[in-house]
Structure formats: structure tokens, C-alpha cells
Ligand binder design. Structure first.
Ligand code: NDP
Length: 471
């Protein structure tokens, strides 16, 4: 709270500073942005690689859920026919699960249209000649409305939250089918409208990366909606569902299940309370709305990041009591989670608020919680020839991706709270390491092209990527 400053103190100065610099060579900057933004780069192994991901990832989701559900986390042979028969039965699509999933998505969409929230300007869009789009940030009000309504419907018995964990397999199928359907509908609609951007010409690659850059229905930006309103909220409710079930079965909430509630609450709450920072992030500026983002957010995140919760739930049923760890181990897990969260939250907000100040779109908000050092008072930075300013203060002067390290600390804590009986609860941290390393490589290449010698200077001043002195 103490470091949360107002626009008059810093934003106007930094905004003028950046724009007085930009005005010198405005045209040149747009050309660099447009070049980087329109360049086609084959990622993820190109067309073959992305086709394998589109087929392989859903299969992997079924495999891991099947191992957890039917074999309590033991990795069975993927060629075991009986295993796949069990999975087919346990995850068959049902009307009930489809109704739950679709109603939830439509309800969140309804809130996105109707709840109050500030409108912030996004980063200048290169393919729109630097135009800044408006983003309605009603994530916090929608999140609180969801919490209140879910409490009411559960209490009144209209919908029992533990049904989510009981219906998990069927719900996952509803999400997977929705992920594919939305991908195809958005792709076809974009092509019919002639609204495609940065197309490679290969159907499978374009379906994976997406065709449209800024998908919108009226005032709602679908990409921003999909990034936070579905995946993290659903993930949180899967943990809530398991926790209620634990309470109903054993009469108390274990520290391990309490940990998962806290972990998922912190993540979803951070996304909502800092939503106004999202329009200037890489996904919003650069990534298109294809299978990668759509499937990942509608099905991948909620139904794979929850393995620790599922394991704790199944273990408690098997053992007749919730999984208990020693006090030191439990304290270690909580400490790792909260330390990671603090660094992650403040590092993201330092950079995003700095960027928003530069764009003239920073709006101080009092969403809960505002952490100390979340906004830098007089940050150091590099003025690039491109026009953008690169932050060298705060966490961004300590390591170039300290927020990724912090995110990984949280991810490993999610695994550690389940102990070491199964490898599946380490799927998320291990997968996340791979995702982030790949993301770092893509991002550093892109920044190097965009900022040239200034990026080299930034790397000289901040030589470490993840952990100072190590890597
Ligand atoms: P970053 O927040 O690192 O954004 C990278 C962009 O920030 C760069 O392309 C550049 O954009 C700009 N930038 C880089 N360095 C600086 C600097 N020193 N000063 C100012 N701007 C800079 O990455 P992400 O968008 O990937 O991640 C955001 C958060 O989301 C992270 O905390 C990450 O852990 C999390 N995340 C979580 C995932 C999950 O599944 N749980 C998946 C992916 C991300 P520009 O071109 O504008 O200069």
C-alpha cells in the first residue's frame, strides 16, 4: 500500500518523457513494430509439431486423469486397452456436465458484459497504425459476483459444488469439445470476415496459432476474457469442490487441501485484481486467438493444473483420512508458495504499471491486496531507439524473468504439498518449466530483434534471466 502512488507523482512525467522521445522518430518506431508483428516464424515444430500437440495434448489429459482416478496416480502402460475402456466410460460426455460447463462459461460472459469496471487503453497496436484499443476491466466485480452467487446456489441446494469433483471426467470432456469447437468457430468466422493477421498459409499451423489478433464481441475482448475468466476461476472451484467434499467426509479441512484453496485463490485473485495490467502483456499484444490460447484456457489450465487437488482428494478417500505432512514440511510449502506469490505479483505489477504509465493508461486501483513494492516510485530504465522504455529497476534490475522464477516456485509448492508418491502432481511444474523456457527463448529473440543494441545493453546491465548469480 505504502508504495502505491498516484498519477500526478510519476505517470505524467514518465508519459511525457516517453512521448517526447517517441515524437522525434515516430514513423521509424511504427515500422519496427510492424515488421516484428507481421513476421511469420514457425514455432512449436511447425505444422507437424502443432498437429501433434493438438492431437496429443487432449490424449495426455485423459491419460493422466485416468491414472489418477483409476490407479491412484500410478503411471500405467498407455497401451493397456482396459485402461482406455475405463477412461472412455468415466469421461463420456453427459448432458449434465455439458450443462454445468456451458452455463458457467455463459454466466462469466454475461458478467463480462454487464459488471462495472474501469476502461483502460491497451498498448499501441502496430497493425492498426498504433491505435490503442479500449479494455473493460470488470474482472474484480465479476469475480466477487461469482463468489457470492456460487455460495448462494450451493447453500440453497440449486447446485452442489462437490458435483464438480464428482463429475470431473465428464466435465473435462465437455471442456475439450468446447475448446475444439470454439477454435474452429473463431477461425472460420475470422476468415469469412477477412480479419486474419500474420497467416502462415498452412491450415494446421494457422488453426493452432489463430487467425484473429483482437477478437471482440462489442466491448468484450475475447482473448482477455478467455485468459482469466474461465481457466483460473474453474481451477479454483475444482479445489473448492474437493475441499467441501473433504469437509463433508471427514468433518474438517486439512492443511494440504487448505493449501490448494489458498494457492488457487491467490492466482485467480491476482489475475482479477491486476486485470488492468493485462492489455499491455505479450499475449494481448502479439499472440493470436487460436487453439493454443483457446484450448489451453478453456480446457488445458483448469483440467491439468488441478492434479494436486485431485490427488489429495483421491488419497483421502483411499486412506480414509486426508493426507497429512509433518509440520516443518507444511510450513516449508506454505512459505514457498507465499514467497513466490509476493515476487510474482509485485514483479508483474512493477513492469505492467511502468508500461501503463508510459502509455498514459495507468489507473491507480484499490483492489485487494496491494502489496508493498508493487509500483516503483522512481525506477531506472533504458531509453531505447525504438521508443519504448526498458525497466531496469525493481525485480527487473535483479533478473530479466524473476516473475517466471516466482511462478515456478508456486508451481513446485503445488507439487510438494502432495508429497512424492506420484509423478502426476509434478506434471504442472515440469510442464511449466518447459513452457517458460520456450517462452523465454521466443520472447528474448523477439525483444532482441525489436530493440537491437538497446536490448544488448539491457542484457549487459541485467545479465541473469532467472536467478541472480546463477542462471
Ligand atoms: P512478460 O511479463 O515477461 O512480458 C514480456 C514482454 O515484456 C516483452 O516481450 C517485452 O514486451 C516486455 N519487457 C521485457 N522486459 C522488459 C523490461 N525490462 N521493461 C519493460 N518491458 C519489458 O511475459 P509474459 O507475458 O509471458 O508473462 C506474464 C506473466 O504470466 C508471468 O508472470 C508468467 O509467469 C505468467 N504466465 C503464466 C502462465 C501459466 O500458464 N500459469 C503461462 C504464461 C505466462 P515489449 O515488446 O512490449 O517491449
Amino acid at each position: 500500500m505504502a508504495n502505491y502512488i498516484t498519477q500526478t507523482e510519476f505517470d505524467k512525467v514518465i508519459h511525457q518523457e516517453a512521448y517526447s522521445n517517441k515524437n522525434v522518430n515516430n514513423k521509424k518506431y511504427n515500422e519496427i513494430d510492424e515488421k516484428v508483428d507481421s513476421e511469420i516464424v514457425f514455432e512449436f515444430g511447425g505444422p507437424w509439431g502443432v498437429t501433434a500437440i493438438m492431437l496429443g495434448f487432449p490424449t495426455l489429459m485423459y491419460y493422466m486423469w485416468g491414472c489418477l482416478y483409476f490407479y491412484r496416480g500410478q503411471l500405467v502402460s498407455p497401451f493397456n486397452v482396459e485402461f482406455w475402456q475405463l477412461v472412455a466410460e468415466g469421461a463420456a460426455p453427459t448432458w449434465y456436465s455439458t450443462k454445468i460447463y456451458v452455463s458457467f462459461c455463459l454466466f462469466e460472459l454475461f458478467l463480462a458484459f454487464n459488471m462495472p469496471g474501469p476502461i483502460v487503453k491497451g498498448a499501441p497496436v502496430p497493425c492498426l497504425k498504433g491505435k490503442q484499443l479500449d479494455y473493460l476491466c470488470n474482472g474484480v466485480t465479476s469475480w466477487y459476483a461469482t463468489l457470492i452467487l456460487s455460495y448462494i446456489v450451493h447453500k440453497l441446494g440449486w447446485f452442489r459444488l462437490p458435483d464438480l469433483i464428482d463429475q470431473f471426467g465428464h466435465l473435462m470432456t465437455a471442456a475439450i469439445i468446447s475448446g475444439f469447437t470454439i477454435t474452429i468457430v473463431i477461425y472460420m468466422h475470422t476468415i469469412l470476415q477477412g480479419n486474419q493477421h500474420r497467416m502462415s498459409g498452412n491450415f494446421f499451423y494457422d488453426l493452432f496459432m489463430g487467425a484473429v489478433l483482437h477478437p471482440r464481441i462489442g466491448k468484450v475482448d475475447l482473448k482477455m476474457f478467455a485468459e482469466i475468466r474461465i481457466p483460473w476461476v474453474l481451477l479454483f472451484y475444482i479445489s473448492v469442490s474437493a475441499a467441501i467434499k473433504e469437509y463433508e467426509l471427514f468433518g474438517y479441512l486439512s492443511p494440504s487441501m487448505g493449501f490448494m484453496i489458498l494457492a488457487h485463490f491467490l492466482y485467480v485473485n491476482a489475475c482479477m485484481k491486476g486485470e488492468e495490467c493485462i492489455p499491455t502483456t505479450w499475449d494481448m499484444i502479439y499472440e493470436k486467438f487460436g487453439f493454443m490460447l483457446i484450448f489451453w484456457n478453456f480446457a488445458g489450465v483448469p483440467f491439468t493444473y488441478c492434479y494436486s487437488t485431485l490427488y489429495l482428494h483421491f488419497a483421502s478417500i483411499d486412506n480414509g483420512a486426508p493426507l497429512q505432512h509433518s509440520l516443518p514440511w507444511t510450513i516449508f510449502c506454505y512459505t514457498l508458495l507465499l514467497t513466490g506469490y509476493y515476487i510474482w505479483d509485485t514483479a508483474n505489477s512493477q513492469k505492467n504499471r511502468f508500461r501503463m504509465s508510459v502509455n498514459g493508461s495507468h489507473i491507480p486501483r484499490n483492489t485487494f491486496p496491494q502489496l508493498p513494492w508493487g509500483t516503483l516510485k522512481n525506477p531506472t530504465y533504458i531509453r531505447t531507439k525504438h521508443g519504448n522504455l526498458l525497466l531496469t529497476g525493481g525485480w527487473w534490475g535483479i533478473a530479466r524473468k524473476a516473475h517466471y522464477t516466482a511462478d515456478l516456485m508456486m508451481a513446485f509448492a503445488w507439487g510438494f504439498i502432495t508429497g512424492f508418491e506420484t509423478a502426476i502432481t509434478y506434471f504442472y511444474p515440469v510442464f511449466f518449466v518447459i513452457v517458460l523456457i520456450h517462452r523465454v527463448r521466443r520472447d528474448l529473440e523477439r525483444c532482441s530483434k525489436k530493440y537491437g543494441k538497446d536490448w544488448e545493453e539491457y542484457c549487459r546491465r541485467v545479465p541473469y534471466i532467472f536467478i541472480p548469480g546463477l542462471i
